[in-house]
Design a binder for this molecule. Structure first.
Ligand code: NAD
Length: 318
C-alpha cells in the first residue's frame, strides 16, 4: 500500500478526532510520529486509540503482532510543541476549525519548525491564503484536508495558498502517496472543496426525493448502497461514463447529454433542515438499520472498507 516515506519524522499538532487518525496513518507507514495537543489528555487518548485499533487489526488479520508493536514504538507523546516539531519534516495541524486559532497555531509552527519542514492543515473549509497571510513561511504552508478517518479513507484534498511554493506541493503529494493516502490537487479554493461539494449535491437530491414523496429513505439509500455506490468504489462520474457506453466517455456524454440537462433542470431545491424533517428522517433511518447499535454498524463499515481497499489493489490503471 505504501512505500518508504521520503520524510522519516512527522508531528501531529492537535490530536482530537482527526489528529489521532492521522497519527495512525504516519506511524503505520513507518514514520517517527510525534503527537502534541494543548490538552495532554487528548494525546493519551490518541495513543490508547492506536493501541486498541492495532489490537483489533491483528485479530482481524490486517497486521501481524510484530508490525503492530513496531507501529506503537514509532509514536511518541510530546508535552512541548517545540519538541514535537524538532526534526519533523512534515507537520499535520489538526487543531480547532477557527480562523484566528489556526492563524495563531500556524504562527507558532512557522516560528518553531525546522526551516525545510512542510506545514499542512487539516482544515475542512479554510483557505491557506488566509491562514498563512503575513507569515514569513507562507510558501511552505498548504491545506491537506483528509476524509474522516484518514487511516481508513485515503483521499486527501491538497490545496495550496496563493503563496505556496509549487515544490512544497509536489513534496507533499509525494509524501502523502508514500504513506498510503491518495492526494488530490485542487487548482483554486472552492467552499467545501471537492468532496463536500459533491456530497452536498447528492444529499440535496436525496432529501428532495424523500420530501416530495417520490420514495422512502430506505429506497434512496439502497440506490446508492446497492446501485451507484458499488461502481463508485472503483470509479467516479467520468470513469463510469467511460465504461457505460461502448464508445466510452465521449459517446456517453454525447448520447445522454440532453437527458442529463433535462434531469438537472428538474433537481430539487435546497432543503430547510427543519427539526420536524430531521426527526422524520431519523425515524426512517432507525427503521432501516433495524436497531443494530451504531458501534456495530461502524465496526462493520470499517472492516469492509479495509477489505474493499485490499481488493482495489487489483487495479488495471495502476
Ligand atoms: P477536535 O475538536 O476533535 O480536535 C481538535 C484538537 O485540537 C483538540 O484535541 C484540542 O485540544 C486541540 N487544540 C486546541 N487548540 C490547540 C493548540 N493551540 N495547539 C494544539 N492543539 C490544540 O476536532 P477534529 O474534528 O479533530 O478537527 C480538527 C481539524 O480537522 C479541523 O480543522 C477540522 O475542520 C478538520 N477536519 C475534521 C473532520 C471531522 O470529520 N472531524 C474531517 C476532516 C477535517
Amino acid at each position: 500500500m505504501s512505500t518508504t516515506p521520503p520524510i522519516s519524522a512527522v508531528a501531529v499538532v492537535g490530536t482530537g478526532v482527526i489528529g489521532r487518525s492521522w497519527a495512525q496513518v504516519f506511524a503505520r507507514a513507518g514514520c517517527a510520529t510525534r503527537l502534541y495537543d494543548r490538552d495532554p489528555a487528548q494525546v493519551k487518548k490518541a495513543v490508547a486509540q492506536l493501541a486498541a485499533d492495532l489490537k483489533r487489526d491483528v485479530a482481524e488479520g490486517f497486521e501481524t503482532p510484530a508490525e503492530a508493536a513496531a507501529c506503537v514504538a514509532r509514536v511518541s507523546a510530546q508535552s512541548e510543541l517545540g519538541e514535537a516539531l524538532a526534526g519533523s519534516g512534515y507537520i499535520q495541524e489538526s487543531g480547532p476549525e477557527d480562523l484566528p486559532k489556526k492563524r495563531a497555531i500556524f504562527a507558532d509552527l512557522d516560528r518553531l519548525a525546522d526551516p525545510g519542514a512542510i506545514l499542512a492543515s487539516s482544515t475542512s473549509a479554510m483557505d491557506m491564503t488566509e491562514i498563512a497571510a503575513g507569515l514569513p513561511g507562507a510558501p511552505r504552508c498548504l491545506v491537506a484536508h483528509p476524509v474522516n478517518p484518514p487511516h481508513l479513507i485515503p483521499v486527501v484534498e491538497v490545496l495550496p495558498g496563493k503563496a505556496t511554493d509549487p515544490e512544497v506541493v509536489s513534496r507533499t503529494t509525494a509524501f502523502l502517496r508514500a504513506v498510503g493516502q491518495t492526494p488530490v490537487l485542487m487548482h483554486r479554493y472552492a467552499p467545501g472543496f471537492l468532496l463536500n461539494r459533491m456530497q452536498a449535491a447528492l444529499i440535496r437530491e436525496a432529501i428532495h426525493l424523500v420530501e416530495s414523496g417520490v420514495a422512502d429513505v430506505d429506497a434512496v439509500d439502497a440506490v446508492i448502497r446497492d446501485g451507484l455506490g458499488l461502481r463508485w468504489a472503483l470509479m467516479g462520474p467520468f470513469g463510469v461514463g467511460n465504461t457505460n457506453a461502448d464508445g466510452g466517455v465521449r459517446e456517453y456524454f454525447t448520447r445522454y447529454g440532453k437527458a442529463y440537462i433535462e434531469l438537472m433542470n428538474d433537481l430539487g431545491p435546497t432543503p430547510a433542515f427543519t427539526p420536524e424533517q430531521i426527526e422524520r428522517w431519523g425515524r426512517a433511518t432507525d427503521a432501516m438499520t433495524g436497531g443494530v447499535p451504531r458501534d456495530r454498524l461502524r465496526a462493520w463499515r470499517d472492516r469492509l472498507v479495509r477489505q474493499i481497499r485490499r481488493l482495489k489493489q487489483d487495479d488495471p490503471t495502476g
